[in-house]
Design a protein around this ligand. Structure first.
Ligand code: AKB
Length: 313
């Protein structure tokens, strides 16, 4: 029998790339996209519309489709979460609780998106270990740490098969990120190609872990396909590829666009960036389910520019 899959947040930065991959693997008719407000005109596939925090609505979905797998991506990100902390709590925690409860009751496998935002100023800054101090200072980070503990609790208490990744900043060209702190890394590419000056909202020396979207999507699918026995982390895996300072990314883009100009005007998002690690140790993911990234800085910039040039021209 075909696998039925639910994707929440299907039209965001990750979802818009994950959904086509899932449709290819499992058939368009088997992947249900749960959209909320913004539904792209060109989406082809099964669509439902509603909020993840609405329990009755979510119960109705499970009754109708009896999902085997859920990719729960819907979330407010760090910058929006600071503007609307109550809403961030409601959507991020309410949505996850509903997904975990229904998956427990219907025996669905869950993927949930966590983030490097679980870390905070007291976390070791370099090569941040898998098991370490988690004292985030953003509401987004607070919801991600709480969510990780809830996932582990459901696994321990109810044997729920829940898997998760702490995504770094994700760099992609299909859909722009929205409401995050790492968004500057994507915005730069748009400005460089359009021949416009970029005003960067973090300092030049701000260093963060980042990843090209193809690696992130492949990692997500590989984690979900891994044998149950090989998964030893039920909070969320550190997931890493590359890390660079904002100024280093500018220099790499300048190799292709020498006239690209950037000025730095840090805003309130600098505080979020400063509270996150420079680099993350993801050896547990590499040991447990053979995670391997494919894109370093040079290759990521080349591919990103090529794809975005095609898209914009
Ligand atoms: C954000 O900047 O909020 C996200 C994240 C690191 O989770 N991209």
């Amino acid at each position: 029998m075909d696998k039925k899959i639910l994707v929440t947040g299907p039209f965001g930065q990750i979802g818009s790339e994950l959904v086509p991959k899932l449709q290819e693997r499992y058939g368009k008719e088997n992947v249900v996209a749960l959209g909320h407000r913004h539904i792209p005109d060109d989406y082809e596939g099964v669509l439902e519309q509603g909020g993840v925090e609405d329990k009755e609505f979510m119960e109705g979905l499970w009754k109708e489709y009896d999902f085997d797998e859920v990719y729960h991506l819907a979330s407010l990100l760090s910058a929006t979460g600071e503007k609307r902390p109550d809403l961030a709590w409601k959507v991020n925690m309410g949505g996850l609780k509903n997904v975990l409860d229904l998956s427990r009751d219907h025996d669905s496998r869950v993927f949930w998106a966590s983030s490097i935002a679980v870390f905070g100023p007291t976390t070791p800054l370099n090569d941040t270990p898998q098991h370490t101090i988690l004292e985030p200072v953003t509401m987004y980070g607070v919801t991600k740490v709480s969510g990780e503990l809830l996932c582990q609790y459901y696994h321990e208490k109810y044997d729920l098969d829940v898997r998760s990744l702490r995504y770094p900043g994700l760099i992609s060209w299909k859909e722009k990120p929205g409401g995050g702190t790492t968004d500057y890394a994507v915005e730069m590419f748009y400005k460089a190609i359009r021949g416009e000056k970029y005003t960067c909202f973090v300092r030049e020396d701000t260093e963060l872990p980042m990843m090209y979207m193809d690696d992130a999507v492949r990692g997500t699918l590989e984690l979900m396909e891994a044998d149950n026995e090989s998964i030893t982390v039920r909070t969320s895996y550190n997931h890493s590829a590359l890390n660079f300072k904002a100024g280093e990314l500018v220099n790499e883009i300048k190799k292709h666009y020498p006239d690209f100009k950037v000025e730095y005007e840090p805003d309130e998002r600098q505080k979020n960036a400063d509270s996150w690690p420079d680099s993350v140790d993801d050896s547990k993911a590499r040991e447990d389910w053979d995670w391997e990234h494919k894109y370093g800085l040079k290759k990521m910039v080349e591919v990103m520019l090529k794809n975005l040039e095609n898209k914009l021209n």
